[in-house]
Write a protein that binds this ligand. Structure first.
Ligand code: DX5
Ligand code: ZN
Length: 229
């Protein structure tokens, strides 16, 4: 069973609250916030004010993805009653161990993300500390990009590593997920699947969420699959 985390970066910001509510009511497990500073990535998105405003909406918990330089300066401003994960980029953290410990000290699950070009071995020393490892399946910075096929092998390798070494971190995949590739991502070992344009693009958020859930919630128990039909 995997979790679905729609990314609001692809939502219509003129009706953000309604769309977050709709995705949550349709069954999304998390709401993914892509925070970009125009330095670590060549795009600027939004800051803590958006999370604070969305606290007024009945929604799934928050999954915060910090694509920013020097995240230590900003982590605390993304801690809210609904923040379940805060993820920083390995490539942006000179003191990654301390940064992850700080997130955990706030009672929040600590995630570390790696770009497509960063090998999973770079995270060896924090695999016991991290609650979640985010494998970027596109270069960070924009929604609507094409999935990078070689990253599927990274997910499989990371899942194998986790099982062999008894680690307990969750694996999140982020970027270019759609209804055609989500099953292979799920089967490769992804526990959390981020989808932005494939959920908020097109005509029905509810339908998009349901189609994703049909593909990532099934287990061997046929009954459960039928219940989702
Ligand atoms: C990219 C972000 C992703 C992206 C996902 O830097 O981290 O979360 O917004 O959007 P899609 O699913 O459209 O690739
Ligand atoms: Zn993201």
């Amino acid at each position: 069973m995997s979790k679905l985390a729609p990314s609001i970066l692809s939502a219509d910001f003129t009706k953000l609250g309604d769309q977050v509510k709709e995705a949550s009511e349709a069954g999304a497990d998390l709401i993914h916030f892509d925070v970009m500073d125009g330095h670590f990535v060549p795009n600027i998105s939004f800051g803590p004010v958006v999370l604070k405003n969305l606290l007024k909406v009945d929604s799934a918990p928050f999954d915060v993805h910090l694509m920013i330089e020097d995240p230590d300066r900003y982590i605390d401003s993304f801690v809210t009653d609904k923040t379940e994960y805060i993820t920083v980029h390995y490539e942006a953290c000179p003191h990654i161990y301390r940064t992850l410990e700080h997130i955990k000290s706030k009672g929040i699950k600590a995630g570390v993300a790696i770009d497509p070009g960063t090998p999973i071995e770079a995270l060896n020393s924090v695999m016991d500390l991290a609650d979640m490892i985010l494998v970027m399946t596109v270069e960070p910075g924009f929604g609507g990009q094409k999935f990078i096929p070689m990253t599927l092998k990274k997910v499989q390798k990371l899942a194998g590593y986790r099982n062999r070494h008894g680690h307990s971190f969750e694996i999140e995949v982020d970027g270019g997920a759609n209804l055609d590739n989500v099953t292979s991502l799920y089967e490769a070992g992804a526990d959390i699947i981020v989808a932005g344009s494939a959920v908020f693009g097109g005509d029905s958020i509810t339908e998009n969420v349901h189609e994703f859930l049909k593909r990532i919630k099934y287990s061997v128990d046929e009954k459960q699959i039928n219940n989702l039909k």
